[in-house]
Design a binder for this molecule. Sequence first.
Ligand code: ADP
Ligand code: ZN
Ligand code: ZN
Length: 804
Amino acid sequence: MNIASVIVDVPAKQTDREFDYKIPEKWVSVIKPGMRVIVPFGPRKVQGFVSHLKEESEHSRLKYLEEPMDLEPVLNPELLKLGDWLTEETLCYKISAFQVMIPAALKAKYEKYIKVSDDVQEEALSGEIGDLFKGRDRIDWKTALNSGSPSKIQNEIMKGNLEVVYQVKNKLNKKRIKYVERSISLEEIEKYAAALPQNASKQKAACDFFISHSGEITLRELINQTGTTASSVKSLVEKKVLREYEKEIYRDPFENRVFTQTKPFVLTAEQEEALRPINDSINTGSDGTFLLYGITGSGKTEIYLQAIDNVIKHGKEAIMLVPEISLTPQMVQRFKGRFGNKVAVMHSGLSVGEKYDEWRKIQRKEVKVVVGARSAIFAPFENLGIIIIDEEHETSYKQEENPRYHARDVAVKRGQYHGCPVVLGSATPSLETFARAQKNVYTLLTLRNRLNSSILPKVDIVDMREELRGGNRSMFSKMLFEKLTERLEKKEQTVLFLNRRGHSSFVMCRDCGNVMNCPHCDISLTYHRSSHQLKCHYCGFEVPMPSHCPECQSDYIRFFGTGTQKVEEELGKILPQARVIRMDVDTTGKKGSHEKLLTAFQEGQADILLGTQMIAKGLDFPNITLVGVLTADTMLHLPDFRASEKTFQLLTQVSGRAGRHKLPGEVVIQTYTPEHYSIELSGQQDYDTFYAQEMRLRKFNKYPPFYFLALVTVSHEDLMKTVSVTEKITKYLSSGLSPESVVLGPAASPISRVNDRYRYQCLIKYKREPELKRMLKRIVEHYQKESNQNGLQISVDLNPHMLM
Ligand code: ADP
Ligand code: ZN
Ligand code: ZN
């Protein structure tokens, strides 16, 4: 096979196909599908992915490809196929589909070299390779390619004797410190420790540590925690009981710690019943999607852990997705505690290089489990035994840029390929998912009871209009204030939740009603107290807070709405003795600060945790007995047909933070629309009724899950141009689609201008339109030329989750 079909890294319609290249003699048998290569393309040299190899090409006069960029494929055959599917499903370019599946480090600027693997002796390398590495443990990439024996290098890489290191530039000077881990099995070290002589107490202390903990620890920490000594550790290393190695200090807050080994719980009858069908599916190697529907604290995570355990026993691998926002140290701890260093973690807090390291652990089969946010769905495991998506209703599972995929769909696709179960877990499933479970497309598994015999918290809904009528102008209702005071006296903790999405602290003139808007985007500016600035959250525009209204010169210009800073100040006035920790984008911007604040709260250094969305999930502290929601309805009024669903889900989540352990919990929800069903029913934690009611509305209004949606958004600097293009698109679609479908537009997008570009949209509601994708593709292709010339942008979102 001496011809490579290559998808080049030039994202455009004309280049969205395979180009054939001849493989130079010396690279034949080295180049494999899934590797990246450098190829001549017009006058340039570009990168590309080899999609497959062939003997002959229908094209004549092929050029030679230049050289490989990898010696190991970065995409395996399954992921190459998945790329084809992603392209079809999301209408993206093939190259975008491939790029989204590989770690960012491979797209960044890096230096590449080949080194002898850590646990390999240089002497193990023989012949040409031995000569090449004589006296050095690494050679640079060019030297390797020009060495005359690249295929031999490749063989050694496949065997694990050599490895390619992609060193991302600008992080070259990392500190290295010593780590220690167990190098024999748990049973062996137990035996070893028992046989140690009386006077070897320092060695025994070190052994005992590794009997009760899994994973690695820095040498310094080990000495601190156990009272062992460096020389005791050294002799254990010499006896090959422990292993010592140097490692870069991770800036990652999760990595640099030890996890207490946990054992599986004896499951409750309900948990047993839910786990059994999942295990059946694992044991028989059959695919299928399960919805694990269980209220918060009903033991879903324990089921995930035991299912994964079963998967590992079958020698297979597991993908565990959690929303970025709940990828907390607590969450990671539960997985590392059970599976030790068989777990890779992928979250946005890692640097590009660190993410790559985690990805490589998967690729090199050093781990069995990945816990990660959305993109971990592309983990290059080759023997998947289960895919789990926790909090499956979370919108963060949908990527909002190309390729606009939903991790749930990718999971189902990969599950079919591997013949393994997909488990979707939630206390408040998305309507789409629950509807599929109702129709037996998914298998419904239900957990009705909370563990720890804790009961669901008591929820009070307070009508803030009544408060105002009663003369209370504060942002705290009488009831919430009283309950807060009570907690302070009892030394119990409170979580105060401020739902800011949708309406933040905008600035308005109280004389003329003028609202300060961004001059470039169609959206109000947000007031930032610390800098006394007004900021646009879409384009970053900033101005100082004006002292007079620009319209009428009145100086009665004030900010409205409530930010966390403002709540904090008010708390300081009404409850000066309360210690408050505030968590929002401003206080958690620095790496690790999120964890620090949570730890401080857990250790009782504060009475009140005040925050936004980011505190809604994953918090599980025994001393929290009160949850207050300051304004429940801010999200209800967003121009989004999922507004009620999101409000219900969020309020239910937040309420679940209270009374998860021995102490009973209480929840106070403050709202201006207490009669709205999503608020009322979240107070009762009644998903089933909410589902029934919301489904009626969806059916009536022709929304998912009864109809599918597709959204076309057009944007351009010129308003007329934007409108006329949207109009043409709308006409084209209306005329081509069946009468059963609904084509809405042209309409201004809810955010009708961003960064000086106008935005218009066309929304399609349909049940069955086999031609739709082709038509949408044709639209994008038709306008492609214009988009290169005058910046017209057309984006297509099949299954949109943001209608803004
Ligand atoms: P969920 O994921 O549904 O919110 P968790 O799995 O976190 O629920 O379980 C809630 C709590 O109950 C956790 O503290 C967990 O350790 C504990 N737990 C789970 N299963 C069991 C069990 N079978 N026996 C005792 N405790 C359990
Ligand atoms: Zn004014
Ligand atoms: Zn702006």
